[in-house]
Design a protein around this ligand. Structure first.
Ligand code: PEP
Ligand code: MN
Length: 368
């Protein structure tokens, strides 16, 4: 399935047109001084297309810093006046969109919690209908590609053609090395379904940790993403939101300088060869398989401890037969070879049993 969005290119105000779109700035606008100081340093780095700051902050629990509100838009104007940078902020309601337009914000983005709500997206789309503003749509918090596409379509149908998606990772119940699991394959699938739609990666919200930001930023460029949105703060340790993931301007500048841009290829930008696209998807899936296997082994260890404490046998034959039977049927229904599925399960089961036996032995050794 392909979806034909009506798109016009998003301007990239970097001097070198070969550079990805670079949006940087604090998670939240906190004071005029913080905004101007951060923006001046970013501007001096020469590696920024647009300055971002959250004016209204969607917080998981009430009582946390919820943004400075309208006054922050005046500070945005000051940033623009002083540095000449384009500006961007998040809008979650029709009123936010109205105010952002009134203060001349150049780029609006729809946050991950809002893009999961079609009513809110529609309200925003109705408010900015036909305006020449650029809108970026973050993926919804849950890994639902159709919901993401639906939000993009609602805005596109309201005449917003300067449109891009932001990949900011997905919340996962399981523990992952990242704050939001990247699930790269979803972003790749979006690229396949909506050809020509720029996708920008937000490594700050994916990682949740400043030391991991460069790693994910590079990976995004390797996956042919159109740009980056990075949280940068003049004093991240005292930031009122997302302190752990914000970079100092100097670290941002270093990261951008060290990024490896993909070799110019004879292919038109934005089009991957089919082989590249398959390989990228396979890489992303393999990462996911590794994460799931690691979690499965962690659970096996926990089961080992439980069995040890309750004096149960490691091998529970009926449970193993049940696993084999169900998973083999599932694999078959999904078009996989039964023999392959069985071999895979046996290998995984063997490793689980070994882990549990080790835990039992440790206990026995300690006793002696
Ligand atoms: C943000 O960009 O500061 C933000 C709140 O992002 P998200 O919607 O991705 O959580
Ligand atoms: Mn943030």
């Amino acid at each position: 399935m392909k979806i034909d969005l009506k798109l016009t290119p998003i301007a990239n105000h970097l001097e070198d047109p070969g550079w990805p779109l670079l949006i940087a700035g604090p998670c939240s606008a906190e004071s005029e001084r913080q905004m101007l100081d951060t923006a001046r340093q970013l501007k001096a780095s020469n590696r920024i297309s647009c300055f971002r700051a959250g004016i209204w902050k969607p917080r998981t629990r009430p009582g946390a810093f919820e943004g400075v509100g309208e006054i922050g838009l005046e500070w945005m104007q000051a940033v623009k006046r002083e540095t000449g940078l384009l500006t961007a902020c998040e809008v979650a309601t029709a009123e936010h969109a109205r105010l952002a337009m009134k203060y001349g914000v150049d780029i609006l983005w729809v946050g991950a919690r809002t893009s999961a709500n079609p009513f809110s997206v529609q309200e925003i789309a109705d408010t900015i209908k036909g305006c020449p503003v650029t809108v970026l749509v973050k993926n919804p918090v849950n890994p639902d590609l159709q919901l993401w596409i639906g939000a993009l379509e609602r805005l596109n149908r309201a005449g917003i053609t300067r449109l891009a998606a932001i990949h900011r990772g997905f919340s996962a119940y399981e523990k992952t090395p990242f704050r939001n699991a990247p699930l790269w394959n979803i972003a790749i699938e979006l690229k396949t379904i909506c050809p020509g739609l720029p996708i920008i990666c937000d490594p700050s919200h994916i990682t949740g940790a400043r030391e991991l930001v460069p790693l994910v930023a590079q990976k995004a460029l390797d996956l042919d993403m159109h740009g980056l949105m990075v949280e940068v703060h003049n004093n991240p340790d005292v930031a009122k939101s997302d302190a752990a993931q914000q970079l100092l301007p100097v670290d941002y500048a270093r990261m951008i300088r060290d990024l490896r841009l993909r070799e110019a290829s004879p292919l038109k930008a934005g089009t991957l060869s089919a082989l590249d696209a398959y390989r990228q998807e396979i890489d992303a899936l393999d990462d996911g398989i590794m994460q799931k296997l690691a979690r499965r082994m962690e659970l096996s260890r926990k089961i080992g401890e439980y069995k040890r404490e309750n004096n149960l046998m490691v091998l529970q034959l009926s449970r193993w037969e049940e696993i084999l039977h169900h998973r083999a049927a599932l694999g078959k229904a999904m078009g996989m070879d039964e023999g392959f599925v069985k071999k895979l399960l046996e290998l995984v089961h063997e490793e689980s049993i070994n882990l549990q036996a080790e835990i039992m032995n440790e206990a026995a050794l300690k006793k002696n």
